[in-house]
Design a protein around this ligand. Sequence first.
Ligand SMILES: [Zn+2]
Length: 239
Amino acid sequence: MSRDRHARRARALLAAAWAAALLAVPGGDAAVADHRTELERADLQRLTVLVTKEQPLRPPEYEPPDLVGWRDEPYQVRAEVSTQLERLFTAAERDGAPLRVVSGYRSFQTQAEVFDYWRRRHGEEVAERRSARPGHSEHQTGLAVDVDGSSGGCYLRQCFGDTEAGRWVARHAHRFGFVLSYPPDTLERTGYAYEPWHLRYVGPRLAGAMREQDIALLEDALRGPFGSALWGALLGRGH
Ligand SMILES: [Zn+2]
């Protein structure tokens, strides 16, 4: 076996080991299944779907099947996202960093209007960096929200990341299954500027694994031996 293949095999084994350790609970596979969330168990493909500038949703006009209203506000998210976000908001409030939702699900049509607004007002280049084309927005999955704190002044601005609320989100969101899709210094990779307010729900197991392994981007978490090990463990047969 060549050295390369040895190294690859070692990496794959390591990946399988960490994924199993991270995702397993005592009692074996049945218990793992019991501890997965509804979306982790029943809609893993959609939960982990990559939506990027290059990769649209399929079909592009996709509509989530279980949208619910967020509190009494004019925003919608998928049912499990609402439950988990409620937990996250409660924890944030308890820690003195109250949050509010400022954007949730956006349909294909709404996204077309949003992109058009940016393009007309700021031109194509800014529109591309700050917004998504219809069919290419995580907001269309019903798994993404934009949040703001109570201090004001940094509404959808990068300085939100330096507020108490922004720091709380960066530190704790993974515990509830959320990741920042557009962390600092990833413009080259994602095509988006840093968005400390944009949270994407991927489920507590995947979000926890990404934090544990210091993996910032979902596409990196799903790729290579780590990705396959993680995927297997989420499906309850990773070990
Ligand atoms: Zn957003």
